[in-house]
Design a binder for this molecule. Structure first.
Ligand code: KG4
Ligand code: ZN
Length: 340
């Protein structure tokens, strides 16, 4: 008997719904991105995000059902992101999922967004099974997670300040590339020299798997100010390439070291920053040298989507998770934590 899940995601600026079978077959994956709307402001405006989610959520869910060619009878459970994320944005998806669960008599499964990012790796990589080490680097979160089992996680390291994606976005803004910065820095960096500017790499002596990006971000801003004051023309491509190389060095060193220490045969990458081309190439090379198998999702499953929530929701469902209709949005939900 197969298990078919309708999944809903609205934690930030993507309104998304998907139908996923058996935790890996994506039958539909509808994403309405609000990026164009938030670009004007240089970042996500929470109130605008919530309002747009309200406008789009029903359309996106209907499209996911139609695209998958399923009827309500075919759906075994409704999975929804209930945290972490923007509270007003999360509430829209949670309310829609609760309404469907109530009206259609379906079990409700609250899913952790970061666990969803990790689960995105199972969609295209049938070979990947826990245990493995996973570097989650997104706009809001940067965590190094030991995935002991599908629903059993240990946080090995985390950022002390900015998330990796946040650093990409801030640096992109400072060099005038606009929002979201990650893909733009990635593209421009290909034309620059990654060793042109010696930006710092922060390695924490007391916690080797923690990382920090605020010092790097300040170093880039100081460099740009310094050039401005001295009247030196900035080579933006060199700044992008040198900044990106510093982030990639820190993420690569930490994740490979952790994978080795935990005796992992596999290392996976997740979250929006996982689509960074240099990060993928370097991890691929370093893993090869160290005899570790390296996995990452396709770009569409790296950034926010509901298919990944359908995969994580499937494992939660199979593990017996049933959320009540009191399920609430939890903006600061931790990895491995279950509230409702
Ligand atoms: O996972 P995600 O869609 O949203 C959160 O859960 O935060 O990640 C979005 C982040 C943004 O900061 C964006 O700039 C970054 O992922 N990003 C990238 C790339 N594509 C997206 N960062 C670096 N290189 C990329 N190619
Ligand atoms: Zn995300």
């Amino acid at each position: 008997m197969s298990v078919t899940i309708l999944a809903i995601e609205s934690s930030c600026d993507e309104t998304a719904a998907a139908v996923v079978e058996d935790g890996k077959n994506v039958k539909s994956n509808i994403i309405y991105s609000q990026i164009e709307l938030h670009k004007l402001y240089g970042g996500v405006v929470p109130e605008i995000a919530s309002r747009k989610h309200v406008e789009k959520i029903n359309q996106v869910i209907t499209a996911a059902m139609n695209d998958a060619g399923v009827a309500w009878n075919d759906i075994d459970a409704v999975a929804v992101t209930y945290g972490p994320g923007l509270v007003g944005a999360l509430l829209v998806g949670v309310s829609a999922a609760k309404a469907i669960a109530y009206a259609k008599h379906k079990p409700l499964v609250g899913v952790n967004h970061i666990e969803g990012h990790i689960a995105a790796n199972y969609i295209e990589n049938a070979d990947l099974k826990p245990p493995f080490m996973c570097m989650v680097a997104s706009g809001g979160h940067s965590h190094l997670v030991y995935v002991r089992d599908y629903t059993d996680f240990e946080i090995v390291g985390r950022t002390r300040d900015d998330a990796a994606g946040e650093a990409f976005d801030k640096v992109a803004r400072a060099i005038g590339l606009g929002y979201p910065g990650g893909p733009k820095v990635d593209k421009l960096a290909k034309e620059g020299n990654p060793s042109a500017i010696a930006f710092p790499r922060a390695f924490m002596e007391d916690a080797p798997y923690d990382f920090s990006f605020s010092g790097l971000k300040s170093a880039v801003l100081n460099y740009l100010n310094g050039c401005g004051m001295k009247g030196i023309e900035v080579n933006k491509a060199d700044v992008a390439a040198s900044f990106q190389q510093a982030v990639v060095d820190v993420l690569t060193t930490g994740s490979v070291r952790a994978a080795k220490e935990y005796g992992c045969e596999c290392l996976a990458l997740a979250g929006g920053v996982a689509s960074n081309s240099t990060l993928r190439e370097e991890l691929e090379n370093v893993c090869k040298k160290n005899g570790i198998r390296f996995f990452h999702p396709s770009p569409v499953y790296c950034t926010d989507n509901a298919a990944m929530i359908g995969v994580a929701g499937y494992h939660d469902y199979m593990n017996g998770v049933r959320s009540s209709l009191n399920l609430n949005a939890v903006p600061n939900l931790k990895i491995g934590e279950r509230l409702g």
